[in-house]
Design a protein around this ligand. Structure first.
Ligand code: 5GP
Ligand code: MN
Length: 335
């Protein structure tokens, strides 16, 4: 994989570009994709954003979101765009197994593939150009760097600012995670000086749920949360019947994992959700527990040191049993 800077001189010539990101895109994934699109369009490129799956309704407000193609819903249209692409930009993921049903298609493409991402262990062999930097707070921060470093400071407009800010907020937990280095605050100061309405972005992201989601959280915290003080671990296992009962949609479970982290002394929080096709795991840790390695070792996943995810084809009961065995094996580090 060649350095991302080698792509900068090539930006001058208009091209047909597809931007894609990981399945079930969150604020950073969608924000970085749309910010990049708004930037490249200003340079005269023809740009399509494709999401491997559907996404949470709380990113619909992002400028340009209405034109994003859901690969699962509009496969033909997405494949046509992919076949025409001269460049494929892969943002906020670093291996093709993160794009679900789109992975075979992406692997088969002969176009130039470019990676911009901040997760551990990138599959560098799959990309022609790229940057992978785990010290970055978010992929949105990396898009901001990309625009500035390629010499296009003047192109950061209101739309780009909103998208970037949303991703930074999402991935830093509103500036609380250790990934929030000084440069993140400088970036936000810069966006503010360009007119960013940060309050509106917070409102769109956090104050736009329906009542059912709050009732669901109450139910889950009361009935599905187990605290294992001997391992300083909290587990929440959510059966499909809960999702159906409360009418839970993509994105409604975002943020749920933060509540158990507020319990004194807890080092690891794990949530598993019984989705139709798989059991989806999320992990969050405090301190020296490495969620990325844990997710990779036991649950086909990965991510960051203190935040990761994974998945399993086992039933909910079986995957929960495996989790209990896994935390037993990690008992020492959880003390
Ligand atoms: P979340 O729990 O919010 O879904 O994900 C936490 C972090 O782990 C995110 O950075 C996400 O990209 C990553 N992640 C979630 N699920 C998976 C997975 O199945 N595989 C990998 N490699 N990373 C994941
Ligand atoms: Mn991210």
């Amino acid at each position: 994989m060649r350095s991302i800077e080698d792509i900068f001189p090539l930006l001058a010539q208009p091209r047909t570009i597809v931007i894609t990101t990981h399945q079930k895109p969150d604020a950073d994934a969608m924000g970085s994709s749309l910010a990049m699109r708004h930037f490249l369009v200003q340079l005269g490129h023809s740009v399509t954003v494709i999401s491997p799956t559907n996404w949470a309704s709380w990113v619909n407000w992002m400028p340009g979101c209405k034109e994003v193609i859901d690969f699962e819903l509009y496969k033909e249209k997405a494949n046509t765009a992919l076949d025409k692409a001269e460049w494929l930009l892969c943002l906020d993921f670093n291996a093709f197994d993160r794009v679900k049903n789109m992975q075979d298609k992406l692997r088969s493409l002969q176009c130039t593939k470019i990676l911009i991402d901040h997760h551990h262990q990138p599959d560098e062999a799959s990309f022609d150009y790229g940057i992978s930097d785990v010290s970055k707070s978010s992929t949105c921060e990396m898009i901001y760097d990309f625009i500035i470093k390629s010499g296009h400071n003047d192109k950061i407009n209101e739309e780009i600012g909103e998208c970037i800010y949303a991703g930074v907020i999402g991935d830093t937990g509103s500036f609380r995670f250790s990934s929030t280095h000084a440069g993140v605050h400088k970036l936000v100061a810069d966006l503010k000086s360009r007119g960013l309405d940060h309050e509106q972005v917070h409102h769109e992201l956090f104050d736009n749920f329906l009542e059912n989601r709050l009732r669901f959280i109450g139910h889950v915290l009361l009935h599905r949360m187990e605290v294992f003080y001997e391992y300083n671990t909290v587990l929440i296992a959510i059966p499909k019947s809960d999702l159906l009962k409360f009418g839970i949609k993509t994105g409604d479970t975002e943020g749920l994992i933060n509540y158990p982290q507020t319990i004194q002394g807890i080092k690891l929080v794990a949530i598993v959700i019984d989705r139709d096709e798989e059991r989806k795991w999320s992990f969050r840790s405090k301190g020296n527990f490495d969620c990325n390695s844990f997710a990779r070792k036991y649950f086909n996943g990965g991510g960051h040191f203190n935040a990761s995810g994974g998945h399993s084809n086992d039933s909910l009961d079986v995957t929960v049993k495996k989790f209990m065995q896994a935390i037993k094996e990690n008992e020492e580090i959880l003390q």
